[in-house]
Write a protein that binds this ligand. Structure first.
Ligand SMILES: [Zn+2]
Length: 350
């Protein structure tokens, strides 16, 4: 069985690399690039992104990030039978992390994973139930408030063994990639630093995100993180006709932003506030970091083999990703004092 998986997976990894470095996303609609105005000059890439900046800009404008076709392309890769549900330590897990890191690289994100000699990679290694796996971490340095950090995260692992995890949580990873691309397509770099992280080992007990908060990258100290955004299972809005934005409590700066952005998405029913103790926000909240956790209940295929791409509510998934992207964008440049707000009300603030 293992050798079969290995054989199936190796070409997939190559396909990911080819897809990214050839500047084209497989299955993306042909008109996707043309419909989105191409920015004349890409946003300034942080100086510490090094000489790869020109290369890194290669996939910034290859698609409209929140177009359902763009999202579907990444969902089909991440939740493909070849990756077999991305269980930690499996070839499918490695392939998913490779896809994500390659996308981070060509979007020009600065790597913030493990340091080996003179090199910093995107992966932060850890062990999940005896199996080697990793988080994937990249960031864009803020132009004017680089010491204030917004972290955007989603877990990339799932159960494996025929459970493909399209909603849980290929949907969140595809959204994180879309948000990163949308931020890079803006004419100006964000004021605050934005870190993009995908976590491993979530299904085994939030292992990746707990490892992250216990071992934050040197470039991204937790004390400077003013907001965490978690995206997990956003592909089942139709199940209960709702999306939750847990953590958006009344006094949180994110609440007012979401309440306003919400008006642009009339078919989304957004529940603002409430606390969730399940999900990768837990470690951040324990450290007093405000969070917003986007989640749609799935009454049909949660942790079942029917959690496949064809079952996703893709139109609403795309809108939730765009709403999350709008929130990240506004939090990264708002004039509200996020440091003072965090110090005063921390993770809650009802
Ligand atoms: Zn999940």
């Amino acid at each position: 069985m293992l050798s079969g998986v290995t054989r199936a997976c190796a070409p997939i990894v190559l396909a990911f690399v080819t897809a990214c470095s050839s500047k084209a996303m497989p299955h993306a609609s042909p008109e996707a690039g043309a419909l989105r105005p191409v920015v004349a000059s890409p946003p300034t890439v942080a100086a510490d992104a090094g000489t790869d900046a020109a290369v890194a800009a290669s996939c910034v404008d290859d698609a409209r990030p929140f177009d359902p076709a763009t999202l579907r392309a990444n969902l089909e890769l991440l939740a493909s039978p070849a990756l077999d549900g991305r269980a930690p330590g499996t070839p499918g897990d490695v392939a998913a992390r490779t896809l994500i890191a390659e996308r981070f690289r060509c979007l020009g994100l600065v790597p913030a994973g493990d340091v080996r000699g003179d090199d910093t990679g995107y992966e932060q290694a850890f062990t999940a139930a005896g199996k080697p796996t990793a988080n994937v971490i990249g960031y864009l340095r803020g132009a004017t408030k680089p010491d204030e950090i917004i972290v955007v995260g989603a877990h990339h692992d799932h159960l494996g063994g025929g459970h493909l995890g399209a909603n849980d949580n290929a949907s969140g990873v595809a959204a994180v990639l879309a948000v990163a691309q949308s931020i890079r397509q803006r004419p100006e770099a964000p004021a605050r630093t934005i870190a993009f992280v995908t976590f491993g080992g979530e299904e085994q007990g939030l292992l990746g995100s707990l490892h992250y908060v216990a071992n934050p990258p040197a470039a991204l100290p937790l004390a400077r993180v003013v907001q965490y955004i978690n995206i997990d299972m956003i592909g089942s809005h139709a199940s209960t006709d709702a999306v939750h934005a847990f953590g958006a409590f009344a006094k949180q700066p994110a609440r007012a932003i979401l309440a306003r952005l919400d008006d642009s998405f009339p078919t989304l029913n957004v529940g603002l506030g409430g606390h969730s103790v399940r999900g990768d926000q837990v470690g951040f909240c324990r450290r007093g970091i405000p969070y917003v956790f986007f989640w749609t209940p799935d009454n049909r295929c949660y942790h079942e083999r029917c959690d496949t791409v064809d079952k996703l509510d893709l139109p609403h998934l795309a809108q939730i990703a765009e709403l999350a992207g709008g929130l990240v964008d506004e939090l990264a440049r708002t004039s509200v004092d996020l440091v003072a707000s965090k110090a005063k009300i921390g993770c809650f603030g009802r």
